[in-house]
Design a binder for this molecule. Structure first.
Ligand SMILES: Nc1c(NC[C@H](O)[C@H](O)[C@H](O)CO)[nH]c(=O)[nH]c1=O
Ligand SMILES: CC(=O)[C@@H](O)COP(=O)(O)O
Length: 183
């Protein structure tokens, strides 16, 4: 799986338990969005992940939608897809900088997100990056989300005997340990 200008084909991680992904897309430019969606879905299907698609009006709403879905549902990770093309004002910088910053902040809190928001100067650059047969940035974002999920599962495995084990006859409720159960 190679994407963007990278020459490193890292392949895709393998999973022994199902992976559930949400693709959160801002279809601001419909043809670009379709190409991105097809590219991301192809990679997720190749990895055997299940996925559903959530649409929002613009890229600025993508982080909020991911935050809501992460808090209220049970996705293992997210693929953020959008396309931001510079216009005549500084609004481009707002959309680009704030959407990427918010996605990074969510990632630092442990949310597995592949960022496939295209940020470009013109339509031609957008088409080249959305095309799975060319730079395939959406496929790369899907792969990135899968890698972060694999990393979470790798380090999230139960530790082998490190630290104290709770006594089987004791139920701890929010730090207030109850005595042996009689149930
Ligand atoms: N100009 C682009 C936008 N702008 C819309 C914002 O993302 C946002 O939806 C609006 O400011 C309301 O909060 N969005 C894109 O995804 N791409 C653009 O080129
Ligand atoms: C990226 C944008 O927000 C852009 O489409 C807005 O265009 P403009 O700066 O000409 O208002």
């Amino acid at each position: 799986m190679m994407a963007g200008h990278s020459d490193n084909d890292m392949g895709l991680p393998a999973f022994d338990k199902p992976v559930k992904i949400a693709i959160v897309i801002a279809p601001y430019y419909t043809a670009i969005a379709k190409a991105q969606l097809d590219a991301a879905r192809a990679v997720l299907d190749q990895a055997g992940a299940t996925h559903e698609t959530i649409e929002v009006p613009g890229s600025l709403e993508i982080p909020t939608a991911i935050g809501i879905a992460h808090r209220l549902s049970n996705f293992d990770g997210f693929v953020a897809l959008g396309c931001v093309i510079r216009g005549a004002t500084s609004h481009y910088d707002v959309v680009v900088n704030e959407s990427s910053r918010a996605l990074t902040l969510l990632g630092m809190q442990g949310v597995c997100i592949g960022n496939g928001i295209i940020t470009v100067e013109n339509r031609e650059q957008a088409e080249e990056r959305a095309d799975a047969a060319r730079l395939n940035t959406a496929g790369g974002a899907a792969a990135a989300a899968l890698y972060l999920i694999a990393l979470t599962r790798r380090f999230g495995q139960p530790k082998g005997g490190v630290g104290f084990k709770p006594r089987p006859d004791v139920i701890e409720v929010a730090g207030d340990t109850k005595g042996p159960t009689t149930a």
